[in-house]
Design a protein around this ligand. Sequence first.
Ligand SMILES: Nc1ncnc2c1ncn2[C@@H]1O[C@H](COP(=O)(O)OP(=O)(O)OP(=O)(O)O)[C@@H](O)[C@H]1O
Ligand SMILES: [Mg+2]
Length: 398
Amino acid sequence: MSCPIKQDMEQTAEIKKLKNDIRHLKNRIAELVRAEEELKRAEHELIKKEKKFRDLVELLPQTVYEMDLQGNFKFTNNYGIKSFGYTQEDLNKGVNFLQLFIPEERERVKNNIQSLLNGAKLTSNEYTSQRKDGSTFQTLFYSSPIIQNGKHVGLRGVVIDITDRKKAERELKNSRDQLRALATHLQSIREEERLIMAREIHDELGQVLTALKMDLIWMQKRLSPEQTEQLSKISSMSELVDMTIKTVRRISTELRPGLIDDLGLPAAIEWYCGEFKNRTGIICDLDLDEKEHQLEPDRAIAVFRIFQESLTNVARHAKATKIYAHLKCNDHTLTMEIKDNGIGITREQINSHKSLGIVGLRERVNPWGGKVIISGVQNIGTTVKVTLPIQAENMSND
Ligand SMILES: Nc1ncnc2c1ncn2[C@@H]1O[C@H](COP(=O)(O)OP(=O)(O)OP(=O)(O)O)[C@@H](O)[C@H]1O
Ligand SMILES: [Mg+2]
C-alpha cells in the first residue's frame, strides 16, 4: 500500500500542472481570438480599400481593364463596357481583347503585348479600335503586365478615346496647310506684281526720261553760246533727268533684280552686296559658287529674298560690322549661309510668333521642302543657313 501523504502530494502536483495547462490554453485562446479579430479587421479594410478603388475606377471617364494572358477580360469598368458598345452580359459570356481592334490592327496589338511581356518599356500605343457594332474610333492604350508569384498572369491598363484629339489635330494641320498655301500664293502674286511694276517703271518711265534727255541735248545744240542762262538751265535739267533715270533704275532693280533672270543668282547677290555696303557701310565678304546651276526662277528669287531679308536684319538689329556669306550648289541641293559678327539673335527672338520676318524666311523655301535654320551666339553673331533642293523631284511638304 502506498503512503497516503505521498498520494496527496502527487495529486497536488497534478492539479498544479493541470491549472498551468488551463492557463496556457486560455492565453492561447485569447491570442487566437485577437488574431481572428485582427484578420477580420484587415479583411474589412481590404474590402473598404477595394471598394474605394472600384468607385474611383467607375468614376473615371476612361476605360480601365484587366485581362488574362489569353485576352479574356477579368474586369472592365462600366465606362469601358459602354464605350466599346458591349453589355455586362456580353462580357460574362466572353469577349476577347482582340475584338476591341479592327482586324488590320490585331497583329500589331499581339506584337506589342508580346514585347510588353518580354520586358519592353511601358509606352502608350495608338490604335483604331472597333465597337461591337463595327463602328471605329481612335484609341490610346496604356498597359502593364500583371505579375503574381513572379509570373505574368495578364495585363491591366487604361484606354483613352482620342477621336476628338485626332480630329482637332487634323483640323489644325489642315488649317496650317491652308495658311501655308495662302502665304505661298500671296508671295508669288507679290513677286509677279513686283515684276510687272519693275518692267512698267523701267520701260515706260525710263523711255520717257531718255526722250526728255535727248530733247534737252537737242535744245542745247540749238542754243548759241551767248545764251548762258538758258544753257545753265538746260544743264541742271539734264542733271536732274540723269538722277531720275538712276532712281528709276534703282527702284525697278530693287523691285525685281533683273540680274537674277539674266545673269543668275550669284550675280544678283553680288550686286545686292555692293548696294548694301554703299548704303550701310557693312562689308559683305562673299564666297559664291560660280558653277552654273539650273535653279528655276521661283527658287532663285526665294533664295534672293532670304538673302535680302537677312541682310536687312543685320543692318537693323545686329550692330555688326561684317557679314560673311557663301552660296554653294551640288547636284541636288543649294546651301547658303549668312553670318554676321553682331550681338547675336536670341532663342526667344527666333521662336517668337511676333518674328514675322523670320517666319517669312522659313516659309519662302517650304513649298520645295527647303529649310532655314537660324542660330545666334551672344556677342559673336547670327547665322542664317538655308538648304533648298534644286530639282523638282526632291519636293516635299512637311
Ligand atoms: N542678324 C540679327 N542679329 C541680331 N538680332 C536679330 C537678327 N535678325 C533678327 N534679329 C532679332 O530677331 C527679331 C525678329 O526678326 P524679324 O526679321 O522676324 O523681325 P523684324 O526684323 O523686327 O521685323 P520685320 O517683320 O520687318 O522683318 C528682330 O526684331 C531682332 O530682335
Ligand atoms: Mg526682319
